[in-house]
Design a binder for this molecule. Structure first.
Ligand code: NDP
Length: 314
């Protein structure tokens, strides 16, 4: 027998918890599946300065704890399991975690996105031996390091570079083109920072390192000039990838309509997916704005869409 809820929310970032606040407050029995990263991407960030209502800023993990408390206050259940299979071909909608089978009348997908990697052999080789995709998680390990690298030119790269100056003596930020995708204010903060060097127009040709008695250690990178093809080496004890994200939609492939980058397609201004009673919100369906506040906004929309759909269809 599966455990049944009126609404199941898959994913526990700002989108998922906002949806849960609305559905549980609308008296719909709601379960939120926390997944592999309870609280979502904000739990691996530091200060959130742009979420309205926090004039002094707030720590990402702290904010997500507050989202969770607010959702459970109205009766939403949080389940620390990951949904890894769904069957939306009949009613009720069915889902499976590693432990149990669940069913729901409506489902809200808010599974977010995961850090993108370069996917090279040398990256795999030194992964966890100096290479990481989360400065907040691993920056501390690089205390006193002469130089660490940040790869990318978006806001995440700027944020990570600035954060890493708390630990390393110097941070070198590498962007593959002359054009930076980050906001002007973040770029300027990084450019003006005395501990940050910026190398534009270069890609990582290879991560370099040592291996002694089976222990691997990153020592630097070989960079390639994107225009001339010339290579040069930069020494570094750490490298942080900040090159964007991939939507977490693997389990929905062939079931929910996805765009060419595998983000969920929602209909018009709604959060409706191609399947009746299944809605999507947050970074899993938005590759344009990707902010905590916009994710929370679409979470609210998904809850309202689900509530209306349920009142018309059950
Ligand atoms: P973005 O997609 O904005 O930037 C990704 C960066 O990685 C780009 O510079 C891109 O280069 C580069 N890149 C992508 N693939 C590769 C590759 N294979 N090799 C080398 N470089 C690569 O992602 P972010 O994670 O930075 O930001 C996502 C969203 O979150 C944005 O909307 C951002 O504004 C927001 N954000 C806001 C923050 C804040 O306000 N505090 C903090 C962090 C993020 P190219 O431009 O050439 O494609």
């Amino acid at each position: 027998m599966s455990k049944h809820f009126k609404v199941i929310i898959i994913g526990s970032g700002p989108a998922g918890f906002t949806a849960a606040i609305y559905t549980s407050r609308a008296n719909l029995e709601t379960a939120v599946f926390e997944g592999q990263q309870p609280g979502g991407q904000l739990t691996i960030t530091t200060d959130v300065e742009n979420f309205p209502g926090y004039p002094e800023g707030v720590l990402g993990p702290e904010m997500m704890d507050q989202f969770r408390v607010q959702a459970t206050r109205f009766g939403a259940k949080t389940i620390y399991e990951t949904i890894n299979k769904v069957d939306f071909s009949e009613r009720p909608l069915r889902m499976w975690s590693e432990k149990e089978e669940y069913s729901a009348d409506a489902v809200i997908i808010s599974t977010g996105a995961t850090a993108r990697l370069l996917g090279t052999e040398s990256e795999t080789k030194y992964w966890g031996a100096g290479i990481s995709a989360c400065a907040t998680c691993d920056g501390f390990f690089f205390r006193g390091e002469k130089n660490v690298l940040v790869i990318g030119g978006g806001d995440s790269a700027m944020e990570e570079a600035i954060y890493l100056t708390n630990f390393a003596e110097n941070v070198t930020l590498i962007n593959r083109s002359e054009k930076f995708r980050s906001s002007k204010i973040m770029l300027e903060r990084a450019q003006k920072h005395p501990k940050i060097d910026i190398i534009a127009n270069h890609t990582i040709e290879e991560f370099l390192g040592t291996e002694e008695k089976g222990i691997k250690k990153l020592t630097g990178v070989r960079l390639k000039n994107s225009s001339t093809g010339e290579t040069r080496e930069v020494e570094a004890g750490g490298a942080f990838l900040a090159i964007g994200h991939i939507p977490n939609t693997k389990i929905f492939k062939g079931i929910i309509d996805l765009d060419k980058e595998n983000y969920i397609i929602t209909k018009g201004k709604s959060t409706n997916t191609n399947i009746e009673g299944v809605f999507a919100c947050g970074d899993v369906m938005d590759h344009t704005y990707r902010q905590a506040v916009t994710a929370a906004g679409t979470g609210c929309s998904a809850a309202i869409d689900a509530e209306r759909w349920l009142s018309e269809n059950s």
